[in-house]
Design a protein. Sequence first.
Length: 111
Amino acid sequence: MQIVAAKAEKNKDEKLTQKITMKKKGIVDWMSNNDLPPNLKTQIMESVKRKDKVVEEKMAAEFSEEVDAQFLFSVLPEDIQMSIKRHVGMNALNKVCFSSTSNLFLITPCG
């Protein structure tokens, strides 16, 4: 009986590890798709690693293939959240209508 329970727990742990690995890969892909700078990517992954237990529990509860920005923001410090918002916002503005405008002009509305 204990052997069966131990195997079930091991399988549960392995599945959780697979989910976490997939979620982390999704985060890396999301960061690349949003053209985040390398230093911001490093800060994000370091934050995720520091909060591994909390992140693991949330990943297990909220698992999906797609990266949810709300989930990602829930595990990041506020300064990194602001950096992401600023970077993603500036990228969107640059793509849409300010391709010839200086980035200095865009910092105020996105900051």
